[in-house]
Design a protein around this ligand. Structure first.
Ligand SMILES: CC(C)(COP(=O)(O)OP(=O)(O)OC[C@H]1O[C@@H](n2cnc3c(N)ncnc32)[C@H](O)[C@@H]1OP(=O)(O)O)[C@@H](O)C(=O)NCCC(=O)NCCS
Length: 220
């Protein structure tokens, strides 16, 4: 389903079940060698998805280590992003000549835990959630807001190399399937200018909410 919300030149590999015979490279194994089974399965399956996606881009089979703050380290000339939630694991990659960065996120289409909204949503975002929940109750808009912010963070980090808090971007979600995130902090330089935000798309399907953002290499 992620293909539907990413540009056509991005390659997606996703699965709804774990790939139990997938192998890890030694530098990946160290990331999960002491992890619980659930974490090991999601990590291993998503790495298998990543290798499938890289192969479709014409890249050789190789390790995708976890770098600073957990960001996956893509081969030179490739940008990408990984997500996993219960019942879904996915990776999207693209050529760096097409995109400066990518961010994807998938979540169960379920309410976020009580109390979390105050930590992740700015007052204008909470206001718009009230309206969206009233107009279209089938989508868990609070979860979608969270997902959009996670996708933004995953796209932000490889460019900026620093933390971005939930209060540092103002996200506006459109019922037509798009969202925008306006940065409330200085963005990283990109193409001789400064990045001021992210444009993304979202989808609610088969019990999931998904969000994706792709910044063109020529942005902003
Ligand atoms: C890192 C984070 C974004 C992961 O999101 P999540 O919904 O919890 O989990 P997901 O399964 O969707 O994504 C996990 C994957 O994100 C990727 N990821 C982790 N840290 C990353 C980073 N700094 N940059 C880019 N990608 C990162 C990894 O590939 C990871 O999977 P892996 O460890 O198996 O390789 C989240 O835990 C977090 O720390 N968020 C706080 C920052 C934030 O979201 N700010 C909002 C800004 S508006």
């Amino acid at each position: 389903v992620l293909e539907e919300i990413l540009p056509a030149s991005a390659v997606v590999s996703a699965t709804r079940s774990d790939i139990l015979d997938a192998e890890l490279f030694p530098e990946e194994e160290t990331v999960v060698d002491r992890a619980v089974d659930k974490r090991r399965r999601e990590f291993t399956t998503a790495r298998a998805c990543a290798r499938q996606a890289l192969a479709q881009l014409g890249e050789r089979r190789q390790a995708i280590p976890s770098g600073l703050r957990g960001a996956p380290q893509w081969p030179t000339g490739v940008v990408g992003s990984i997500t996993h939630c219960d019942g879904y694991r996915a990776c999207a990659v693209a050529r760096a000549t097409d995109f400066a960065t990518l961010g994807i996120d998938a979540e169960r289409n379920e309410p976020i835990p009580v109390g979390v909204l105050a930590d992740i949503a700015l007052p204008p975002e909470r206001e718009s959630l009230r309206r969206l929940m009233h107009d279209q109750p089938g989508v868990r808009w609070d979860r979608l807001l969270f997902s959009a912010k996670e996708a933004v963070y995953k796209a932000w980090y490889p460019l900026a190399g620093r933390w971005l808090g939930f209060e540092d971007a103002l996200v506006a979600i459109d019922t037509a399937g798009t969202f925008s995130a306006r940065l409330l902090v200085d963005g990283p330089p990109l193409g001789g200018r400064q990045l001021t935000g992210f444009e993304g798309r979202w989808l609610a399907r088969d019990g999931l909410v998904l969000a994706a953002t792709a910044v063109p290499a020529t942005a902003p």
